[in-house]
Design a protein around this ligand. Structure first.
Ligand SMILES: [Fe+2]
Ligand SMILES: [Fe+2]
Length: 477
């Protein structure tokens, strides 16, 4: 089916994929809908279901004006299925052995298992993050932030819909079973955990929430971007539209961290001893430990540095490099190599890896560059506030649970150290339980319009041209 930019908003499930003309699929999805809503009620944000939230809803896939803003209750949000249109000449396999051939509109039999695994893995992260964030509304630093949290939550729910549509439409019985299981796994549950590590870590407070949306959602951006280059066109067009929503999640994370850093610099100035905690703020060491923690868990999500899977996915045209179609001239990547340091006994030595086997690392490079840019912005904020403190990103080898550095010990600068040295210092490098206790002690809800908690600066502007005093969530009707 060729893309339409018109969205059927009157349908039970808003969509631009012609559900009205596919009764079998429509019925299957309408059957999945109540299970989804049950999951949302059980595992989505607690206790705010009857409060109108100033949410944006996708109403079109046009790049201009795809979003509509209004106060609605979260359970009434219109979770829909939207695919980006694709222009003439762009419907090609974009990487690997078949680069340049027509893109697939159906799942090629030989790639069926790999594609299903890719889609399920991506899909699983969406409800997982909603589960991780479900209690945060109770300690929101402002109505503005509360609204942003809920916006992220409903859109992660919509991303689940985007992936479930693909499973239902293209993977038959197996796909329907997978869709059901997506509602059965639970973040952090020892018996039925979510698939990926970062999505089972607790996100108990807003410092972790902002670090999560900054670093873990940003991994999502790069995974979605790689899938937007897929030869399986329905997947590419779904993920392309998801990226437009994802940009807001990254904004929430980036500016949330920035506002905390700014406020901490102000409190440092106010305090006679420069003691941020003494002023009820978040000290820079704690901010740094949080960044170290979430950045490294997010690095794991890219998979192994040297990976046959990555080579297979690229070679098969299932997953491209970042902006493969626009940024590269040569899409086969059969020649050339990638050099990276590997552990050899007690030292690091450089090793050349065939390019295709380094595709995870090449994507991770793009991600790290993006994170470094954000860090530069935050350090500019510190400079503007007159603070001497600076925030850094740890080495990509530090605190890893996946890939060639897992099982070895590194300091945040990336030097190989002994396990003993690591154990002695990790409380200085990573979040510890006392950090959570402290953060929860200062995070009390601030629900008065226009007011912000003491530990975070106000944002520069409100949402959709509204003032900061705007009632972004109506708690009293
Ligand atoms: Fe998402
Ligand atoms: Fe996201």
């Amino acid at each position: 089916m060729q893309p339409s930019t018109t969205v059927d908003l009157n349908a039970k499930i808003p969509n631009n994929v012609g559900l009205a003309d596919d009764p079998k699929l429509r019925r299957a999805l309408e059957k999945w809908l109540p299970s989804y809503l049950e999951w949302w009620n059980d595992m989505g944000p607690t206790d705010f279901a009857d409060k109108p939230v100033f949410l944006r809803t996708a109403i079109s896939v046009d790049s201009s004006g795809w979003a509509h803003y209004d106060h609605i209750k979260m359970p009434d949000y219109r979770w829909g299925i939207f695919l980006n249109p694709r222009k003439e000449g762009e419907s090609v396999v974009r990487c690997g052995d078949d680069a340049g051939k027509p893109a697939w509109q159906e799942v090629p039999g030989e790639h069926r298992n790999a594609l299903r695994r890719i889609i399920v893995t991506q899909a699983d992260t969406e409800p997982a993050s909603v589960e991780q964030q479900r209690l945060l509304g109770h300690i929101a630093p402002s109505l503005y932030d509360l609204r942003n949290l809920f916006q992220v939550n409903v859109e992660e729910g919509r991303h689940l819909w985007a992936m479930v549509y693909l499973l239902h439409k293209y993977f038959g019985r197996d796909g329907r079973d997978e869709a059901d299981e997506l509602l059965e796994r639970r973040s952090g549950d020892p018996d039925k955990p979510r698939i990926l590590g970062a999505f089972n870590q607790p996100c108990d407070h807003w410092l972790s929430f902002f670090a999560f949306t900054m670093f873990t959602d940003r991994d999502g951006k790069y995974q979605l971007a790689a899938l937007a280059e897929s030869g399986f066109e329905p997947l590419a067009r779904s993920t392309e539209f998801m990226l437009t929503e994802e940009a807001h999640h990254l904004f929430v994370g980036h500016t949330g961290m920035q506002r905390i850093i700014q406020r901490s610099a102000q409190l440092e100035k106010i305090d006679p001893n420069g003691d941020v905690r003494n002023q009820g703020g978040i000290d820079f060491d704690l901010i740094q430990r949080t960044i170290n923690y979430w950045f490294t868990y997010s690095l794991d999500l890219f998979g192994g540095e040297i990976s046959n899977n990555a080579a297979d996915f690229f070679g098969a045209g299932l997953k491209g490099r970042y902006r493969e179609f626009r940024q590269y001239d040569e899409h086969r990547a059969l020649r050339g190599s990638y050099s990276l340091p590997v552990v050899d006994g007690s030292k690091l030595v450089d090793r050349d890896v065939p390019l295709r086997n380094a595709m995870n690392e090449i994507l991770r490079d793009e991600y790290i560059k993006d994170c470094e840019k954000a860090l530069r912005k935050w350090n500019q904020t510190l400079e503007q506030e007159g603070s001497d403190r600076r925030i850094t990103l740890p080495s990509r080898r530090f605190h890893r649970h996946q890939g060639i550095y897992a099982g070895h010990f590194f300091d945040p600068q990336g030097n190989l150290i002994t396990e003993e040295q690591y154990e002695q210092n990790k409380h200085r490098w990573l979040l510890v339980p006392e950090d959570n206790d402290y953060l929860l002690s200062i995070m009390k809800p601030v629900y008065e319009p226009g007011k912000f908690a003491n530990w975070i600066a106000a944002p520069r502007r409100g949402i959709e041209g509204n003032k900061l005093e705007f009632e972004y969530v109506k708690l009293h009707d």
